[in-house]
Design a protein around this ligand. Structure first.
Ligand SMILES: Cc1cc2nc3c(=O)[nH]c(=O)nc-3n(C[C@H](O)[C@H](O)[C@H](O)COP(=O)(O)OP(=O)(O)OC[C@H]3O[C@@H](n4cnc5c(N)ncnc54)[C@H](O)[C@@H]3O)c2cc1C
Length: 494
């Protein structure tokens, strides 16, 4: 298939890889193209990565599209609801030591405009309160460990995300995929025959020769098809995102207390996550291997977790940050870690899997070019990457790692433009629209991070918060709305 040929619904698709990306891809394709033969081949010897426990609200729409209710999949995956991410310790500026990045919802329309108004005043040096925590219902719900989902259905669609056991999620999707007609083969691909960027056939360890109209590489960081066989070019994010390793430790639950937020806490050379599941907690330290060794990282994580982590096994992982220049070329599409990875600070990887596959289906139906498709996916990757990089660029912490993140001039021109617009009191809304039109992170997210971390403008004399009636009103509205949700039996995180 070359770029001039009209894309067609494939008759046979082979997905290589049975991690979350492989099964999400298979079930989405089968759901759209019932007549297409979809086969997943996964190796019995090569394990899945087995981490990745947080989502954005996109996952809600994934299950909605498939007609699968929360109750069904969440019970299988020990999942909990997530209303946003708390970021403690990323800033030393008074009043900004911790902030909450909420999932926004229709409930926030009034208070978000108050937020924007206050931010405008604050950027001009007025003494008002702009901590995002005060302006969004999700933050108020998180304080009570509650989700935005109620037992009774609501008249409006509200966004929320989830935490889940990644191994169980893959397992659940496999069962559902097979139920919907996806074929499943457990064998290892040992070689790939290709010509001019097109795959001719895959060869398995038991001698089978596999052909298809479309091959999808979901083999994780290895990239067995796109990297090893087709040698596609990789656009690294390493100069912008220093973190290239992680250590994860699962700890037991001590009590029934279930939080509805992810906590992402700054560490000496990176950050650590805390993710609450029904059955256990997930923890992990994402760090730069140039700044700290794996033993030091593990020791720092264990120290932070305390006695609860005693005897719990640590899993060390390397991370390759960046993306392919071509996600789709010829008859092979890459999805998941084989396609690219932005470190997990905003838990966006599965959202990108979903985005890539649904965009691919759109590409086929709209008969767009492979170039248009690749540009669209790359723009989404780069937009998220810039938002993640911003957390590091605007930090105010001590230590070589944090200093180097702050001083890093290798950040993108777009991020530089956003930061200089912010600092010079230019209209940020116009700038984010112009530069990140299709990105998942719009104005409210940029305001949340820049205000949350206390990033100064030139007009600001100090970042202290004043007490202001508009903030008090917004805070009260959020608390009262949260109370109403709790009264109407907002579900606990589970
Ligand atoms: C530290 C860390 C934290 C993360 N946190 C999050 C998060 O909070 N939220 C989020 O959305 N994502 C997160 N991610 C990303 C997430 O883990 C992955 O996107 C997700 O698990 C999908 O992985 P995958 O399916 O692409 O690859 P894998 O899980 O690695 O699966 C690869 C599959 O390919 C198969 N395979 C490999 N080689 C062959 C072969 N030769 N023949 C046949 N089969 C083969 C393997 O058997 C396996 O089934 C995180 C990642 C890391 C590293």
């Amino acid at each position: 298939m070359n770029d001039n040929m009209r894309p067609q619904v494939p008759k046979k698709v082979v997905v290589v890889g049975g991690g979350t990306a492989g099964w999400m891809t298979a079930i989405l394709l089968k759901n759209s193209w019932a007549e297409t033969e979809v086969q997943v081949i996964e190796s019995p010897e090569i394990p899945i990565i087995g981490v990745g426990e947080g989502s954005t609200p996109a996952l809600k729409y994934f299950f909605k599209l498939l007609g699968i209710e929360d109750e069904e999949w969440m019970a299988h995956c020990n999942a909990t609801y997530k209303v946003g991410i708390e970021f403690p310790g990323w800033s030393t500026i008074k009043g900004h030591e911790s902030y909450f990045h909420p999932f926004f919802s229709a409930l926030d329309s009034q208070t978000s405009s108050a937020f924007v108004k206050q931010v405008g005043k604050w950027r001009m040096g007025e003494h008002v309160n702009v901590l995002p925590d005060n302006y969004f219902v999700a933050s108020a719900l998180a304080k009570h460990n509650k989700s935005i989902k109620t037992e009774r259905p609501l008249p409006v669609e509200l966004d929320y995300g989830y935490h889940f056991d990644s191994v169980l999620l893959g397992d659940f999707l496999r069962l559902k995929s097979v139920e919907s007609g996806v074929l499943h083969d457990v064998k290892t691909i040992t070689s790939v025959k290709s010509t001019n960027g097109n795959i001719i056939s895959l060869h398995t360890d038991d001698g089978e020769v596999v052909t298809a109209d479309l091959f999808i590489d979901c083999t994780g960081f290895a990239g067995v098809l796109v990297n090893k066989a087709l040698k596609r070019s990789f656009h690294s994010y390493k100069s912008e995102l220093f973190n290239d390793a992680a250590v994860a430790i699962q700890t037991p639950k001590l009590d029934e207390h279930l939080s509805s937020k992810t906590t992402s806490i700054a560490m000496s050379n990176g950050w650590r996550w805390h993710i609450p599941l029904r059955s256990r907690d997930g923890n992990g330290y994402v760090y730069s291997s140039e700044h700290i060794t794996r033993d030091e990282a593990e020791a720092e994580l264990r120290l932070a977790l305390g006695d609860i982590a005693e005897g719990c096994k640590a899993k060390h992982l390397d991370m390759k940050v960046g993306r392919l220049k071509q996600h789709l070329a010829g008859n092979c599409l890459a999805v998941g870690l084989s396609q690219g990875f932005i470190e997990p600070l905003e838990a966006t990887a599965l959202m990108l899997v979903q985005y890539t596959v649904t965009s691919y289906i759109g590409h086929v139906h709209q008969e767009s070019t492979q170039k248009d498709f690749n540009d669209k996916i790359s723009a989404q990757f780069d937009g998220i990457k810039d938002y993640v990089v911003c957390h590091y660029k605007v930090n105010s912490l001590d230590g070589l790692y944090w200093q180097q993140c702050r001083d890093n001039e290798a950040i993108s021109a777009k991020l530089k433009a956003i930061l200089s617009a912010w600092r010079s009191e230019m209209d940020l809304e116009a700038k984010t629209k112009q530069l990140f039109e299709h990105s998942s992170y719009a104005k409210a997210s940029w305001y949340s991070i820049l205000c949350g971390m206390g990033v100064h403008t030139t007009a600001q004399k100090n970042t202290d918060f004043g007490i202001d009636p508009l903030t008090e009103k917004a805070k009260l509205y959020c608390e009262e709305t949260a109370a109403l949700f709790i009264e109407q039996s907002a579900l606990f995180a589970r």
